[in-house]
Every structure is written in C-alpha cells, then in structure tokens.
Design a protein around this ligand. Structure first.
Ligand SMILES: Cc1cc2nc3c(=O)[nH]c(=O)nc-3n(C[C@H](O)[C@H](O)[C@H](O)COP(=O)(O)OP(=O)(O)OC[C@H]3O[C@@H](n4cnc5c(N)ncnc54)[C@H](O)[C@@H]3O)c2cc1C
Length: 626
C-alpha cells in the first residue's frame, strides 16, 4: 500500500483545519490537508455569518497574526455590521453575513495557492504508531500518510449523530458521513472523551414567503472590515442584503411545551450538553417560561439564492412539530421548508488533555484544534487551528513554543481557559472573559500581534511595513493632538471656537474626551492640519485618547503581572522536587502542566503561596543560566 511522507498532516478541512494547514505551509512545512470532501472546505455548517461580540475580536487577531478567516469573510460578506456601536470600544465588534458558497470557494482558492500544501480527499481512519511514537495516519483506502506531527480538527464528526425527533442518522453534519473509526482510534489512547451537541435551524425558500410584513434589518453603510488589509473601495463588495426580524409567540411555545417529550434532548436520547448561548428554541421556552416571544432573524445564506436561515429557531423536534411552529410564526410557513432543523451530537476531547500549544500531553506530536476541543464557533475553531499550526511547525523545527498571554489577546484567553479549566459545556468566547478588554480592542489587534506573525513567517515584510507606516501616522497624529491647543491661528479651529463654542486654548486631546466633540470634527481638524487617517485609524486614536486613563490603569496592571505571565515553566519540571510545594499542589501542577507561571496561577485550587514559591524557584534557575 502506498506511503507518502509529510512533515505535517492536518485532518479536517473545517475552520480549524484550513487555518492550521495554511499556517503550517506558510511557515515552510510540507503539509497535507486530509478531508472527507475538499469541495466542502470552509463550510459554514450553520449560521452563514462570521464574527459578533468577542468572536469578531478573535477574527481580527487571526488576521493580525497572518491567518486567513478575516480576508475570506470580507470578500464574501453580503452584510457588514459593527455591533455595540453605541457602547464602549472594548465591546464593539464586527460581524458579517456571508455567502456560504462563496466562502467555501474563496477558502479553497486561498489554500490552492499555497506551495507545500496538498489537499487529500480521504477519510482518515486510524492514527499510526511505531515504537510507541506517533508515525502517521491510515486512510480508509488503506494508504498511509507518514508524519510525526498530526493536527486533528474533525469538528462535530467524531461519532457524529444527527437527530430530528426520535429519528437519528450517523453523520457529522447533514450531508456528510460521521467519523467513527477515527473516534475509536482516539478512544484507544485513553484520553478523556465526552459528548456535546449543537443544533441548526430549518432553511426556508424565500420565494414562498411574504416578508413584506416583517421589519427589515439592514447592514452598515460604512462597513467595518475584519482584515487590516481590506480598504474601503479596494474591493468590489458583494451586493449588500437585508435580514428580517420576526418573533415566536405564545401559541408556538404551547406547541413546543406539548411536544417536549418528543425532543431527543428532553426525551433523554441526546446525552451531550448543548451550547448555553446558542440554545435551541425548545431550550429557550423551557429556560425562559415567562417570555411571551423570542426574536428570530431571517438571514440569506447566499447572494443569489433564495435559501433563508432562520436564526434563533434551531431545534431537534420532530418534523411535524417543526412544521406546526413555522405555520404559527408571523411571515413564515411550513410550505417554504427546504431543510428541517436538526441537532448533532458528537465526541469531543476534554481540552485539559492538552498543553497550551494544543499538543496532547499523552501523545507528543498529536495536536487537536476546533470543535473537537469542546468549543463552539467557526472563529474559536479558526483561532485554535492557527495556533496549533504554528506550534506544530515550531516543534518540528525544534524551536521554542509560541504562546499568547491573556493580557495580549483573546486567542491567549481562549487557549488558556480550555487547557487549564477544561469544558463542561460548549465554550464560546465573550468579552467578559477578558480581564483587560479595554486593551484588547478590535482597532489595535494589529499593533498587539502583527509583529509575532512576522517573526513566525506568517506576515510578509511588505505587510509589516504597511502596519509600521500606519502606526507611525497614528503616533504622529497623537503627538499633534496632545501638544496642540485650539487657537485662531490653527487651521480649522475657527468654526470650532466660534460656532461650536469650544474654549480657546484648550488642548485638543482634552477636547476629544468631550462627548460634544464628534469624530467628524476631529477628522476635519486633523485634515486641515495635514493628518489624513482612514476611519479605522481615526477610531483607534479616538479610543486611545478618550479612554487614556483606564488604558493606563490596565497597562500598569499588565506590567505588574507581566513577569509572572511570561515566566516560562521548563518542560518536564518535576514539581515534587521543589521545596515547599505540597503533594496536593504538585499533583495539580503535574495534571495541568502549565506553560507559564501566569497559567499556573489560574489553576483551580492552586494557592497563592505555591505561586510565589514557584516564582522564587524559577527566578533562581533563571539566574543560574549561563
Ligand atoms: C448542525 C450544526 C449546527 C451548528 N451550529 C453552530 C452555531 O449555531 N454557531 C456556531 O458558531 N457554530 C455552529 N456549529 C459549529 C460549527 O460548525 C463549528 O463551530 C465549526 O465549524 C468548527 O470548526 P471545526 O474546524 O472544528 O470543524 P468543522 O467545521 O465541523 O470541520 C470538520 C472537518 O473535518 C472533516 N473530517 C471529519 N472527520 C474526518 C476524517 N475522519 N477524515 C477526514 N476528514 C474528516 C470534515 O469533513 C470537516 O471538513 C454547528 C455545527 C453543526 C454541524
């Protein structure tokens, strides 16, 4: 049987898989991306949208590091929105509605351009070992891809079971097979494996609906892009599409309550826990009994098709119940159903089994990334895939691993939360998970992370030069604002003094904190004095100046913690040998195998005394280094 050698093999062409494969090949590793159906690479299995609160933050960080999700999302967006526009900058986040077919085509196009990356259409069925070491993967046709480094990103496919009422079928998602043999192969490794579930709503045919009675929900006229490379006007935006809003009603809730015993989740057939923040409509009716309506968004799945996605109506209730519900929701009808709602239950690996690099502690060379690690969401998956791809190559090259601290990125928070605390329900990112969210804004992800991407070989020098020119412009403008006063000789000041009544002699940077001083006024004054910034750069400056006090506080806090955040724990450290550390603490540390002292300090049950003993110990060994 044929054997082919690769440096890295990625299994699974979902959002984790394509980011991992793209990163590995970009860093110069000969990479195979093995996936069941290559034409489904980058499939948006459910909601045809990218981003949203905190998820949008992840996408911008992926882009800053050199990942591809942000660019693809911009190029396939049929609606752009900046969420939380009226709230503080820490929680503002971009979101796009995307054409799901174009998203897939664009992803495949980007991957096909990658030298060193080979896409293999196959089912990976069993991990191979030689002398106890990972040596490759067997494909269902018996051929073997040899590699000492494998990244598993099989999403919802491991022992995937899809449910509609009491009917179920083996599948990782509708239209795809489930991945049972590989699931067995993983179970044989003695990893902690659990079951989770997620669900998707019905798809309806727009031609059979009358949406005129529903309120339209348009996108922004001034789109906020995900990628730092996308400029207003530099790409043909797809025709922007509206969404519509409708609501369930009490009659719908009664139908659901009457049939709850027929739902596989409430009927006990599904054991897996579902995503708390992406509940099915039956979950909502049970959890919020006093709510007499639930909002639904009717969203187009593609620019030129009539398929509509009913966001908020995911369910695993039987078909006849789903039809009864549709006939009761204003603007919808069961006659328009193209595909029913369904739930999928699947295996996941408890992420406490992983190091901060997403490598499996018990199986050196095996990395896991994406929904397989207990997360939910394209963006969480893509972020893990990028980090797994980067660290797989660094391991291959015998280099130090790459970590991101939670003080510098949402990606750092995601990975640390997963591997330190594990999951007991599908994990999704929130801004509330960030201690320093005012520092981790969408407008400065490039400044925080692009340099790492360049060092790793993911950001080209020309891209870095563009970033540096941008930051230079911002710094010069900031200098101008902090050292210039409003007076008659200042171009553009007259109107601000005479018409808007701003006091002469005031520092412009102080004016910016005045709510009456709009971004438009700032922009005009800057242009009158030769400072030309695009809306994105203007927003960055505005945020930095307006929230300077809070930002300084968080920076000081980060500085204070930095030395413990970045203090690395030597691989293979035997905690039992460190004087003063109790047996219980050494067992907790051994189980978690933290990469940094920062991560160690957040291990459940680890005492502050243990952290300080560790800090003294690590500083001593640091000092002894030649
Ligand atoms: C029904 C359903 C509802 C969902 N609802 C939501 C939602 O509302 N919001 C949300 O954010 N996310 C939702 N998701 C989850 C979303 O699809 C995932 O978060 C995201 O796709 C995870 O990305 P991933 O790369 O981990 O896995 P996936 O995107 O699932 O990709 C897995 C890939 O692995 C491949 N694969 C699997 N096994 C093998 C094998 N043995 N050999 C070769 N290739 C293999 C598959 O072909 C696929 O390409 C839903 C998913 C499903 C199926």
């Amino acid at each position: 049987m044929n054997r082919i050698n690769y440096e890295i093999v990625v299994i699974g062409g979902g959002h984790a898989g394509y980011e991992a494969a793209h990163a590995a090949a970009s860093m110069g590793a000969k990479t195979a991306l093995v996936t069941l159906s290559p034409d489904m690479i980058g499939q948006l299995s459910c909601n045809p949208s990218i981003g949203g609160i905190a998820k949008g933050h992840l996408v911008r960080e992926i882009d800053a590091l050199g990942g591809i999700m942000g660019r693809i999302a911009d190029h396939t967006a049929i609606q752009f929105r900046l969420l939380n526009r009226s709230r503080g900058p820490a929680v503002q986040a971009p979101r796009t509605q995307n054409d799901k077919s174009l998203y897939r085509l664009e992803t495949i196009k980007v991957l096909k351009k990658k030298d060193l990356l080979n896409i293999v259409k196959a089912e990976a069925s069993c991990l191979m070992f030689e002398n106890g070491k990972l040596s490759g993967v067997e494909l269902s046709d018996g051929s073997i891809l040899q590699s000492s480094i494998i990244i598993l990103s099989t999403g919802t496919f491991l022992k995937g079971r899809c449910f509609i009422g009491d009917w179920y079928f083996k599948s990782g998602r509708s239209g795809d097979k489930s991945s049972d043999r590989l699931a067995e192969s993983l179970r044989r490794l003695g990893l902690e494996i659990g079951r989770l579930k997620t669900g998707t709503p019905p798809r309806l045919d727009r031609k059979k609906l009358d949406l005129t009675s529903l309120s339209e929900h348009k996108g922004d006229d001034d789109p906020t892009f995900f990628s730092f490379d996308t400029r207003p006007g530099d790409q043909e935006l797809l025709p922007q599409q509206p969404c519509w809003i409708t609501y369930t009603c009490e009659e719908v809730h009664q139908v659901i309550r009457k049939n709850l015993h027929r739902s596989p989740l409430y009927g006990g057939i599904i054991k897996g826990i579902g995503p708390r923040y992406c509940p099915s409509i039956e979950d909502k009716v049970v959890r919020f009994p006093d709510r007499d309506m639930h909002q639904l968004f009717i969203e187009p799945e593609e620019a030129d098709s009539d398929v509509l996605y009913i966001n908020g109506l995911s369910s695993s209730l039987p078909l006849d119940v789903q039809e009864a519900i549709l006939d009761l929701v204003p603007g919808l009808t069961s006659k328009a159903m193209i595909r029913p709602a369904y739930a999928v239950e699947y295996d996941f690996v408890q992420p406490r089994e992983l190091l901060l690099t997403l490598e499996v502690k018990k199986v050196p060379g095996l990395y896991l990334a994406g929904q397989i690690c207990g997360t939910t969401g394209y963006e969480e998956a893509a972020a893990q895939g990028l980090m797994a791809g980067i660290n797989a190559v660094l391991k291959l090259r015998g280099k130090e691993p790459f970590y991101l601290g939670r003080h510098e990125s949402y990606i750092g928070i995601l990975l640390e939360d997963l591997v330190t605390h594990g999951v007991d329900e599908p994990y999704r990112m929130f801004t509330s998970r960030a201690e320093y969210r005012l520092v981790l804004r969408i407008d400065n992800a490039d400044r925080r992370l692009a340099g790492y991407g360049h060092e790793l070989g993911l950001n080209s020098t020309s891209r870095m030069e563009l970033f540096q020119e941008k930051w230079k412009r911002i710094d010069q403008t900031r200098d101008f604002l902090e050292n210039t006063r409003l007076n008659d000789s200042l171009p553009g000041a007259e109107q601000l003094i005479k018409e808007n009544g701003f006091p002469k002699g005031s520092l412009i940077s102080l004016l910016i904190r005045n709510p009456a001083f709009s971004m438009e006024m700032a922009k005009n004054l800057l242009m009158a004095n030769g400072h030309y910034l695009n809306p994105e750069e203007l927003r960055a400056i505005h945020n930095e100046i307006k929230y300077v006090g809070y930002i300084r506080q968080q920076d000081a806090e980060i500085k204070r913690l930095r030395n413990i955040e970045n203090l690395r724990m030597p691989a293979g450290l035997d905690y039992r040998k460190i004087p003063g550390i109790s047996r219980e603490m050494s067992e907790r540390l051994e189980k978690s195998r933290p990469a940094t002292l920062g991560q160690a300090s957040r291990i459940q049950g680890l005492t502050p005394a243990t952290v300080s003993i560790l800090r003294i110990y690590l500083n001593t060994i640091e000092k002894r280094k030649p």
